[in-house]
Design a protein around this ligand. Structure first.
Ligand SMILES: NC(=O)c1ccc[n+]([C@@H]2O[C@H](COP(=O)([O-])OP(=O)(O)OC[C@H]3O[C@@H](n4cnc5c(N)ncnc54)[C@H](O)[C@@H]3O)[C@@H](O)[C@H]2O)c1
Length: 450
C-alpha cells in the first residue's frame, strides 16, 4: 500500500489504531466509498438538473456556505429552497442577504422557513444537498438525520463537540457510505492550492521524515453575547437554554471550546502531514483573563503535546488573549529540512515556495469540488479527516481539562456525553450557573473526562 492509499471507513477503522494512511482530500474521498457498490444515489444530477439546497444554521458561516453553494451555478442550476434556524431573526437576516446576492437562485417562501430545535428535519426533507452549519454540538444529530433521509451534505467543522458526538457521526458515516452520499467537511485548507502543493512535497519526502511539528491558533477574543445586552434587546429575561445558545462560543457542549472550534484547523493540517491522528496527548490550560459570567465555562488558553505512532510529537498552542503574541500557523521539522506549512514553504536542501497565481478562494473551491462530484456522481467524502481531526482536538481538550495523559482510543470511547438530555427553550443544559452567576470550569486533577 503506498502512502496515498485509500482509507476504508468503518466505525472501527476510524479509531486511531486502524487509521490507514491516506492522501489528499480528493484521493481519500474518491477511495472512501469504492469498496461498496452504490445502493442508490442521493442525487443523480446531470448538468441540467437543478440541485436543491437547504441551509440548516443560518449564521455567519452558514450564510457564507449557502452563497458559495449557489455560486456553483456555472456547473449547473442550483436553488436554495429551504432554511432552518433555532432563531427566526437569524434566518430572516440570512435570507435577506442571500436574496440580495442571488435573487433568482433563492426560493424560500414562508412555508419552507423552519424555526426551532426540530426545524432541521423539515428543511432537510426539501433538499438534495443539506448545508449543516449550526454550532458543532448539534452537528451529529443533524448529520445523522440528513444521512437517514439520503441527502448529500456539506457540514462545517468541527463535526461534534464531544466523543459521543464523534461516534454518532462515524456510525452515520457508515450508512452514508452505503447510500453513496457525497459529503464535504468545512476544513477548507484541503481545498487551498498552497496547502495542497506544500503537503504534496512533504509527502514526497522534500524534508525527509517529519520528526517534530508545532501549530498555533493564538488570537484575540472571539465575539461575545452578554446576557444583559441580550435581555435588553429582546425585552425579557432569557431562559438558560436561550442564553447559552445565543452565547454559544463560551459553552463547551455547543462550541467544543476554543481548541475544538478554531484550533481544529491547525491540528487538522498536522494530522494531514502525519496521515492520521495521534496516539495520545498531554496538555494544560486554563482561564487567565476571563472576568464575567458571560465568559461561560471555556478555557482561554491550551498547550498540548500530541504523540504520533512514529514517535514524533506535535506541540500545539491556542489562546484568545488580547495584546499577546498572535499566530495562526503550522510548522514541521524533518530529517532533511523544515516546512512553514501555512506559509507554503519548504526550507532546506529542497527549498521551494508556493507562488500564488490565480489562487482560488478555498471556501468557494470546497463547494465547487463537492457539487462537481455530485453532478458527476463521483464518490466523495471528507468524513475521515473531518471526524478524526475533530476527535484529535477533543482529545487535547480532554487532556487539558483532566490534567491526564489520554490515549486517542480511550478518548474516542469516553462514555461521558456533555450534551443536554433534551432540547427545548425551557430544557436545562447540563452546565448551570452558580448562585453568583459564574459557571463551573474544568479543574485539572479533579475533572473527570473518561
Ligand atoms: N470553516 C471555517 O473557516 C469556519 C468559519 C467560521 C465558522 N465555522 C463553523 O461554522 C459553524 C457556525 O459558526 P458561525 O460562525 O456561523 O456561528 P453563528 O452563531 O453565526 O451561526 C450559527 C447559527 O446556527 C443557529 N443554530 C444554533 N443552534 C441551532 C439548532 N439546534 N438548530 C438550528 N439552528 C441552530 C444559530 O441561531 C445561528 O444562526 C461552527 O461550527 C463554526 O465552527 C467554520
Amino acid at each position: 500500500m503506498n502512502s496515498d492509499s485509500p482509507q476504508i471507513i468503518t466505525l472501527d477503522s476510524l479509531s486511531r489504531r486502524n487509521f490507514l494512511k491516506r492522501g489528499s482530500a480528493a484521493v481519500a474521498g474518491t477511495a472512501l466509498l469504492g469498496a461498496l457498490a452504490p445502493e442508490r444515489f442521493a442525487l443523480g444530477a446531470s448538468s441540467n438538473d437543478t440541485i436543491k439546497i437547504a441551509l440548516i444554521g443560518c449564521g455567519g458561516r452558514g450564510s457564507g456556505a449557502a452563497n458559495q453553494a449557489l455560486n456553483t451555478y456555472s456547473l449547473g442550476p442550483v436553488k436554495l429552497v429551504a432554511m432552518a434556524d433555532a432563531h427566526e431573526d437569524r434566518l430572516q437576516s440570512s435570507l435577506s442577504n442571500l436574496q440580495k446576492t442571488h435573487a433568482d437562485r433563492v426560493d424560500v417562501p414562508k412555508e419552507r422557513q423552519f424555526i426551532g430545535f426540530e426545524a432541521y428535519k423539515e428543511a432537510i426533507a426539501q433538499c438534495d444537498v443539506a448545508i449543516l452549519s449550526t454550532p458543532p454540538g448539534f452537528r451529529p444529530i443533524h448529520f445523522e438525520e440528513a444521512v437517514r433521509q439520503g441527502k448529500n451534505i456539506f457540514m462545517e467543522k468541527p463535526v461534534a463537540s464531544d466523543a459521543a458526538g464523534v461516534r454518532q457521526v462515524l456510525a452515520a458515516a457508515v450508512e452514508a457510505k452505503k447510500k453513496n452520499l457525497k459529503i464535504g467537511v468545512g476544513l477548507q485548507r484541503h481545498h487551498q492550492d498552497g496547502y495542497i502543493e506544500t503537503l504534496k512535497r512533504i509527502h514526497d519526502g522534500a524534508i525527509g521524515d517529519v520528526v517534530s511539528m508545532n501549530c498555533y491558533w493564538n488570537g484575540s477574543r472571539p465575539w461575545q453575547k452578554k446576557r444583559s445586552e441580550l435581555e435588553k434587546q429582546y425585552g425579557r429575561p432569557l431562559t438558560e437554554m436561550e442564553y447559552q445558545l445565543r452565547n454559544w462560543y463560551y459553552f463547551t457542549w455547543i462550541g467544543g471550546d476554543h481548541i475544538v472550534e478554531q484550533h481544529i484547523h491547525n491540528i487538522d493540517v498536522i494530522n494531514w502531514v502525519k496521515k492520521g491522528p495521534p496516539v495520545k496527548a498531554r496538555a494544560m490550560g486554563g482561564r487567565e483573563i476571563t472576568t464575567s459570567p458571560d465568559d461561560g465555562e471555556i478555557y482561554d488558553h491550551f498547550a498540548c503535546e500530541f504523540d504520533y505512532a512514529d514517535g514524533s510529537t506535535c506541540y500545539s498552542y491556542c489562546r484568545h488573549q488580547p495584546n499577546t503574541w498572535n499566530s495562526v500557523s503550522e510548522h514541521v521539522v524533518g530529517t532533511k529540512g523544515r516546512s512553514d506549512v501555512s506559509g507554503n514553504k519548504i526550507l532546506g536542501e529542497n527549498q521551494w515556495r508556493y507562488k500564488a497565481e490565480n489562487a482560488k478562494d478555498p471556501y468557494q473551491q470546497e463547494h465547487d469540488d463537492l457539487f462537481k462530484a455530485i453532478r458527476e456522481n463521483r464518490e466523495y467524502s471528507e468524513i475521515d479527516y473531518g471526524a478524526s481531526s475533530t476527535m484529535t482536538a477533543i482529545l487535547g481538550r480532554m487532556a487539558a481539562y483532566s490534567g491526564k495523559e489520554i490515549d486517542y482510543e480511550a478518548a474516542l470511547n469516553s462514555k461521558i456525553s456533555i450534551m443536554p438530555k433534551s432540547f427545548a427553550w425551557d430544557a436545562a443544559p447540563l452546565v448551570q450557573p452558580g448562585p453568583d452567576g459564574y459557571y463551573p470550569k474544568a479543574i485539572p486533577g479533579k475533572t473527570v473526562v473518561l
